[in-house]
Design a protein around this ligand. Sequence first.
Ligand code: KG4
Ligand code: ZN
Length: 339
Amino acid sequence: MSSLILGIESSCDETGVALVRSTPGTAVPTLLAHALHSQIDMHQAYGGVVPELASRDHIRRVLPLTSTVLAEAGHTLADVDVVAYTRGPGLAGALLVGAGVACALGAALGKPVLGVHHLEGHLLSPFLSADPPEFPFVALLVSGGHTQLMRVDGVGQYELLGETIDDAAGEAFDKSAKLLGLGYPGGPALSRLAEQGQPDAFKLPRPLLHSGNLDFSFAGLKTAVLTQAKKLGGDLEARKADLAASTQAAIVDVLVKKSLTALKETGLRRLVVAGGVGANRLLREQLNAACQRQQIRVHYPELHLCTDNGAMIALAAAMRLQSGQQQATTTYAFDIKPR
Ligand code: KG4
Ligand code: ZN
């Protein structure tokens, strides 16, 4: 029998709600409807996410979004079989909103709830694309808080191959963008400006490129961008696009080379890219080109599901339940895991 899973994402600055149908025997659950409210406009004035404002806005949005999703899918709350929420990592106050609402809905409906790891949501999100992957694969998880390479053999079977020892790739985009006065969120802004610049205009470091392992480091890049910006002084404005392009090229170069090394070391022929930075055009172009040369298949989430959303949370919950990796509970004594 199929079941309906409602997913709620509230870990940072997007409130996302989605409904999926999970049918035993089918590999991938079906996304019935999803809705998203981005807080970007609200946080923009502060140059970054203000945690308290984020929590308050999640509270305002989450129930109306839930109604929208149910109406769009032609269902009511009474039809929902499991309520899933993001348990972490993320901002504590923001996570509490999703967890609290999910458990309250579960308790009121007499239905079980399930806390989902935010990164597992990102990791599995390409399964909702028109070209879903098959296990096993190497995953490159690149978000605002994480940069990891993983070997993925199935739902819940994840082996960490390497990760950042300091800043995440998204953080490198965001912090460099801030240094260049591009505002928040920096990744999309920096990559837009980079389209008008020369990627080889400035020689920027590719940290740990030849480290012999699969770890990353991006903190030094941010410092190099700052040094370069200072050196340019009054000329910065005229060279901004070049500096943005060079920064993006450095980040993408490391991500592509390390992904290829991970594929080589594991002997796997399939790469899955997930997380906000997975929306980056240059990264996709370069990965596509490199993987095509080596006859490796690459899978991405749909562009609109690269950044945070409720669909990936509902999906991850459904896939966990379907695989028997986890059971939903009716204790409702929820906890969150900000880290
Ligand atoms: O996965 P995500 O939405 O949130 C986290 O879980 O962190 O990722 C957000 C990150 C931010 O750092 C943002 O700047 C970056 O993804 N990002 C991009 C692009 N779109 C979002 N970075 C580079 N190019 C993009 N097009
Ligand atoms: Zn995320």
